[in-house]
Design a protein around this ligand. Structure first.
Ligand code: 13P
Length: 235
């Protein structure tokens, strides 16, 4: 299974380094063989060799150049980063990235062989419009994306469940994942208010290949517990 921590705009470089050391030590001590990904803030990226993989939350689709405020492949290469998060709800809805921009980013990093964690998910008003409308909305987020890319991982993250403490019912997660698996057979993670208290039951669901965790993952101890749950389930 894949257990991923999206640290968003949290933790300093020093705290991130401590965090990663703590997780690494837990993985080693507990013989965790699951795939563990950590996405720190960009200023906290660093060369890391170990059981877990460090990825970037974002990067511009360019090797380098005049893109003020962005980083490109050259800055990722310096730290051996080969994993990227694309299409996160906060990039789509807070930063305002369009599907066209996401496609460009996807294709650029695909060409470079990156592992791409591509996020999809509906806002509340779309969910309230009913299952068919919701699936149509989510399907559109796959538009222009190579769903058979070998290094693709998808994360289903309902926008209304992110950082709110709300989650879909377990039955809903199973039903939506079943539909999404028809679009792509890539590993499919669930994200949105995953906590130590619900991670075990979410990880055990049919069609769930892992979790993408935000706020609860800020506590290394909680994130480690989720890695342990995944290890015990070991689908
Ligand atoms: P929360 O776990 O804080 O809801 O965030 C989920 C998320 O956005 C992970 O990418």
């Amino acid at each position: 299974m894949i257990i991923a921590a999206n640290l968003k705009t949290n933790l300093t470089r020093e705290k991130t380094s401590k965090y990663i050391k703590e997780v690494e030590s837990f993985l080693a001590k507990n013989n965790i063989s699951q795939e563990v990904l950590v996405f720190p803030a960009i200023s906290s990226l660093n060369l890391h060799v170990g059981a877990l993989t460090v990825g970037t939350q974002n990067a511009y689709p360019a090797i380098n150049g005049a893109f003020t405020g962005e980083i490109g492949y050259e800055q990722l290469e310096e730290f051996g980063i080969k994993t990227i998060l694309i299409g996160h709800s906060e990039r789509r809805h807070v930063i305002g990235e369009t599907q066209e921009e996401l496609i460009e980013k996807f294709n650029f990093y695909k060409e470079l062989g990156f592992k791409i964690l591509y996020c999809v998910g509906e806002p509340l008003e779309v969910r309230e419009a009913g299952f068919d409308k919701m699936m149509e909305y989510i399907s559109n987020q796959y538009e222009g994306i190579d769903t058979s890319y070998e290094n693709l991982v998808i994360a289903y993250e309902p926008v209304w469940a992110i950082g709110t403490g709300l989650t879909p019912t377990l039955e809903d997660i199973v039903a939506i994942h079943k539909e999404l698996k028809k679009i792509s057979s890539a590993p499919l993670l669930y994200g949105g208010s995953v906590k130590v208290t619900n991670a075990e039951e979410v990880l055990a669901l049919d069609g769930v290949d892992g979790v993408l965790v935000g706020s609860a993952a800020l506590y290394a101890e909680h994130f480690c517990t989720m890695c342990e749950y995944a290890q015990n389930i070991d689908k």
